[in-house]
Ligand binder design. Structure first.
Ligand code: ADP
Ligand code: MG
Length: 595
């Protein structure tokens, strides 16, 4: 009955699928130590040895029968899964296509059981002396299904799949001691540890200084884990792990909630690594487990999205924005409004009600500040920092903070190599890359101009005319309104030339022909290389063009004003193209440096 309510299917597609099933069974059996031994990437041998609760003589025979699960009794249990397996078809499926040798012993028993099968036929079933727990060896997988065997990929690929299954389980079961051998070689040794140490053990010591912890604890959802620091993202996307109630899942929405936080902070095309564990009451999710993938539906997608997004944002905000800069200007996150047993509403209330995560067009609404400010504004208005995009406006509204901020920026600074400002700020030595900082300031200013506050235009008495290549002219014609928002009032005269009727009020006289044509060149490459949205591409390109010119900054007040502007940026520590803007040394680091 129960069995009939569960769709059976193709369980074992490749060695890695068998590995997954065996490891999950060992975990379900309460093992604290699990060994995975494979030969030829699992083709000839997959063996899992555990110290779990074992099986008795009869169960050892029964476990190879279809639907021999010992893990559920009613169909309802499906919705409150606490074990990995429940279908009771994995071992039966494996036995049908391999030679299996099972040795198992329950702790309280004197002797264990040996069972040997081949293509589901029992060849031997006898008592045997063996250690507590279970060892299952699967030999010659697909020995009787040549088509399947021939479809296997080269060893390194199959081995990669096996490793991935092991990673997914070992990262969420850090208390279990795992080891993994291929062809007699130790591939992975994972002693019990906390998650951070496990990540380091699995992926390598280079992760040691690359992780920020994420922590959020409410009545409806607990989130914990680690994310990569923005400066440590990679082009590849293979270190992204989200677990919901101890199951590895792939969920577009959750990945998006994390990745969107990194926007603007990392070079385009880069992906952050993350290891996030989400725990929700089982009744609020609907898990539909088919043999090969897990489909999970949350009762309230948007709430989970908002919580995850804010937890990650909080972490990034707290750590990355160079703590020395100023906590007063970072948004605070306060979930204190959410009390146990309250009906949890804040995120639902404050998110765009029309937001549909699956609708790509609405994605822009989600992107960084918009959704975030909406979300925050609903949670606790007064804690939202006044991080305006316009440096002039930064937080000069709050008297106390403002004074401190001003005092703090009356700092001694020094321009060296014509390129770096060196100064001490809040207990740290900063070396600021002027060009990168300027690019950041300009980018945020331009983006703000495009999105909400156009730059004031000064009309020209004698409009200059510029002429461009045909392709450049086409682009300019297409973005005339954006250019106007940035202070450039252009009017097309013929196919390739434009009259410049107005320029940004603060712009000193400049070579307009050069500014516009260089800008268009950058915009073209930008559009071609990266699929950012239009405004962001335009703002980036113009910022890049502008920061090529020499900045006049000879006096100390000028330098201080510049630093102040930069400190007022939303994401000060990275240039729009993802370059580091500042290097900070704390007193401690200085001391260590001279040790
Ligand atoms: P499921 O895990 O879905 O129940 P399986 O075919 O994977 O189905 O396993 C069938 C049964 O065999 C399990 O329910 C469990 O009772 C038993 N079993 C399998 N592996 C082990 C193990 N390593 N230790 C103890 N019992 C096991
Ligand atoms: Mg199982």
């Amino acid at each position: 009955m129960v069995a009939n309510q569960i769709a059976a299917g193709e369980v074992i597609q490749r060695p890695a699928s068998a590995v997954k099933e065996l490891l999950e069974n060992a975990i379900d059996a309460g093992a604290t130590k699990i060994q995975l031994i494979v030969k030829d990437a699992g083709r000839t041998l997959i063996q899992v040895v555990d110290n779990g609760k074992g099986m008795n003589f009869t169960d050892a025979r029964m476990c190879f029968e279809m639907h021999a699960t010992s893990k559920i009794t009613t169909a309802n249990d499906l919705y409150r899964l606490t074990t990995k397996g429940f279908r009771g078809e994995a071992l039966a499926s494996i036995a049908a296509i391999a030679q299996v040798e099972l040795k198992t012993k329950q702790h309280e028993e004197e002797t264990g059981t040996l069972l040997i099968t081949e293509g589901s036929q029992v060849k031997e079933h006898t008592p045997v002396a063996t250690q507590d727990g279970t060892s299952i060896a699967i030999k010659n997988l697909f020995f009787n299904v040549p088509a399947r065997r021939n479809f296997l990929k080269p060893d390194n690929i199959e081995l990669g799949h096996i490793e991935e299954e092991l990673n997914r389980l070992s990262l969420i079961h850090c208390d279990i001691d795992f080891s993994f051998y291929n062809n007699g070689k130790l591939m992975q040794q994972l002693p019990p540890s906390n998650l951070k140490q496990r990540i380091i053990n699995v992926f390598g010591a280079h992760f040691k200084d690359k992780l920020f912890s994420v922590e959020l604890d409410t009545e409806v959802v607990k989130i914990s884990g680690f994310i990569a620091k923005p400066e440590n993202t990679k082009k590849r996307k293979n270190e992204q792990y989200v677990f919901v109630n101890q199951r590895f899942i792939k969920h577009y929405l959750l990945t998006h909630a994390i990745e969107t936080t990194y926007k603007e902070l990392i070079p385009e095309g880069h992906k952050p690594a993350f290891f996030i564990e989400i725990t929700v009451p089982p009744a609020t999710i609907n898990v539909n487990i088919s043999p090969t993938k897990i489909d999970i539906k949350f009762e309230d997608d948007r709430m989970i999205y908002a919580f995850l997004n804010s937890a990650v944002k909080k972490t990034i905000g707290m750590h990355s924005l160079i703590p020395q800069i100023d906590f007063n200007y970072l948004p605070e996150y306060d979930f204190s409004g959410i009390k146990p047993k309250d009906e949890i509403k804040p995120p639902t209330l404050t998110l765009n009600p029309n937001y549909n995560p699956y609708n790509v067009k609405s994605e822009k609404k989600l992107s960084t500040s918009n959704s975030w400010e909406q979300f925050l504004s609903g949670i606790k208005k007064e804690t939202v920092a006044t991080t305006s995009l316009l440096p002039e406006k930064i937080a000069f509204t709050d008297d106390n903070n403002n004074e401190e901020f001003l005092d703090e920026t009356q700092i001694k600074c020094l321009l060296i190599f014509d390129s770096y400002l060196v100064y001490c700020y809040k207990g740290s030595l900063h070396i600021l890359d002027v060009k990168a900082a300027r690019e950041r300031i300009l980018y945020e200013r331009f983006l703000n101009a495009l999105e909400s506050a156009p730059i004031v235009i000064q009309q020209s008495m004698f409009p200059e005319s510029i002429s461009l290549s045909a392709s450049a002219a086409e682009i300019v014609a297409d973005i005339l309104s954006e250019l106007r928002a940035l202070g450039y009032e252009l009017e097309q005269i013929d196919r390739t030339s434009f009259a410049v009727n107005g320029t940004p009020i603060e712009e000193e006289s400049s070579n307009l022909q050069q500014v516009i044509s260089q800008f268009v060149e950058m915009y073209k490459t930008h559009q071609f290389l990266h699929k950012t949205d239009k405004n962001s591409a335009i703002a980036k390109s113009l910022a890049r063009q502008k920061c090529n010119s020499q900045l006049q900054m000879t006096t100390e007040p000028e330098q201080q004003a510049f630093i102040k502007q930069w400190l007022g940026c939303e994401v000060p520590y990275l240039s729009p193209s993802g370059k580091k803007v500042v290097k900070c040394f704390t007193n401690d680091e200085m001391q260590r440096f001279f040790e």
